[in-house]
Design a protein around this ligand. Structure first.
Ligand code: ASP
Ligand code: MG
Length: 474
């Protein structure tokens, strides 16, 4: 790879959908890449689809599976129009414009053909969905690479399906990191040697046989992490539309502020709890290598955003740093006198829940062992209750279990901060604050993590709870 004594070595920058959602946004990206090239020997770009495109592709394929062809025909026109609008505004060389437009158009033709096949079959398999949804990123790398070239930056688009090798778990594939590293270096190093900025599709991989897979919704951050570790990059910067990771959702709390620095574990705790800024899987691969991760704002590049550092930098003060939330949940409670002292009840209940493929963000059990309660996404709650009733049919029949019940919608509100578990008085402060604001706490989870305390409240209390708890953040 190229190396220059007065520059840092390798930077991977990922731009999310909103960073490539308008002419103005693409212009910002050009400037950011040009600036990065001044400071770094090797600049690699990973991008998502244009804002809104992935949703459009999913919706079209789903409609096609119900034989509603009108939807994808309309979507094909929208795709052409959106990409051409940017191309016309930002690519000036006629030949380049034409070549780019043709290769984007070829993908739009693929899109229509895929949807037509889905419509004929009357079903959109996960494999077919991946073929369709990957098109958003594939169109966009062609577009951005042409835009960079037009701005005088040598660039080439790269399909990550030639580099990121995954298993066959369509729509949520897992990468084979060893194989991916070999392929990524083989493809990207020669480009960097030639001072070319590779523009790589986020979100996408392929099986060893070359069948397209995707890494799950929002997976482009994860792609950037995979490419960062494969290239042994010094830094991965994730460009988004907010000033880094904030102390709370600014739509709920006016005085929410950017956190200049967070440790890997703190941010992982927040990623779990719906801080939509980083895809949860992004942190883990980066934490193992010593790569600096930064989250910054495409529309405010002067703001340093949030730097995510290794856990060695964690201060053990018990300071509360952020309030994160997950909404769209229900609590399921299983009660029964016959559960006391019987081994294996919890494991059977959770195994039954797992058959619905729901993940469980919070669990509590009464020390009397006569009730277990857990949170689950609203969409899967009915299914989970059914699965538990089936698994526990004999116990329900014998009245060892009295009931399996479910609440209305609830939310989890989590306070994140280092050393919370070992700090005297933290729980007291939190509950006093909630009581002062007349907020009822339905359930609590504390102690499993050193870094957080989670509370379940009713959906109606969400905003009030977040505002109240944010007053505890110093
Ligand atoms: N375009 C994909 C999605 O919307 C991946 C990403 O944006 O990270 O889920
Ligand atoms: Mg994203």
């Amino acid at each position: 790879m190229a190396q220059s004594p007065d520059k840092q070595n390798t930077l991977v920058m990922k731009f999310g959908g909103t960073s490539v959602g308008s002419i103005a946004a693409y212009k910002q990206v050009i400037q950011i890449v040009a600036d990065a090239k001044k400071d770094w020997s090797n600049v690699v770009v990973v991008i998502s689809a244009m804002s809104g495109i992935t949703n459009l592709l999913i919706e079209s394929a789903q409609q096609a599976s119900q034989c509603n062809d009108h939807c994808y025909e309309q979507a094909a026109r929208t795709l052409t129009q959106k990409h051409n609008e940017i191309l016309d505004a930002l690519v000036h060389d006629e030949l380049l414009k034409q070549a780019t437009s043709q290769s984007i158009q070829a993908l739009i033709t693929d899109f229509s053909n895929f949807c037509q096949a889905i419509s004929v079959l009357g079903e959109a398999t996960p494999r077919a969905m991946d073929a369709v949804v990957s098109l958003g990123e594939r169109m966009n790398v062609r577009l951005l690479s042409a835009i960079l070239q037009s701005a005088g930056i040598k660039s080439q688009c790269v399909e990550s399906s030639t580099m990121i090798i995954t298993d066959h778990h369509f729509q949520s594939a897992r990468p084979d990191l060893a194989e991916t590293k070999i392929r990524t270096q083989a493809i990207i190093h020669p480009l960097l040697e030639a001072d070319i900025v590779p523009v790589i599709t986020g979100f996408i991989g392929a099986t060893p046989q070359g069948v397209t897979t995707t890494l799950g919704r929002g997976g482009s951050d994860y792609s950037a992490a995979i490419i960062g570790i494969s290239l042994e990059a010094d830094a991965v910067w994730v460009w988004t539309d907010v000033d880094g990771i904030m102390t709370a959702d600014p739509r709920m709390v006016d005085c929410a502020q950017t956190l200049p620095e967070l440790t890997y574990s703190e941010v992982a705790e927040m990623a779990n709890f719906g801080a939509k800024v980083l895809h949860p899987k992004t942190i883990h691969p980066i934490v193992q290598e010593d790569i600096t991760l930064r989250v910054c704002n495409t529309f405010n590049p002067k703001n340093p955003g949030t730097i995510i550092t290794s856990d060695e930098h964690m201060d053990e003060t018990g300071k509360m740093k952020a309030v994160a939330t997950i909404s769209g949940l229900k609590l399921i409670t299983i009660k029964g006198h016959g559960m006391l002292g019987v081994p294996g009840v919890a494991s059977r209940i959770l195994a039954a829940v797992a058959t619905t493929r729901a993940s469980v963000p919070l669990i509590t059990e009464a020390s009397s062992e006569q009730s277990i309660c857990f949170a689950i996404s609203m969409e899967l709650a009915d299914q989970a209750v059914q699965a538990i009733q089936n698994e526990m049919a004999a116990e329900l029949n014998n009245k060892d279990i009295d009931s399996v019940s479910m609440t209305d919608e609830v939310v989890i509100v989590t306070l994140v901060g280092p050393g919370m578990r070992n700090t005297v008085g933290i729980a007291g402060k939190i509950f006093m604050t909630l009581a002062d604001h007349q907020i009822n706490v339905i359930s609590i989870s504390y102690g499993a993590s050193d870094l957080s305390l989670s509370l379940v409240v009713q959906i109606e209390d969400l905003e009030k709870a977040v505002k109240a708890l944010h007053t505890l953040i110093c």
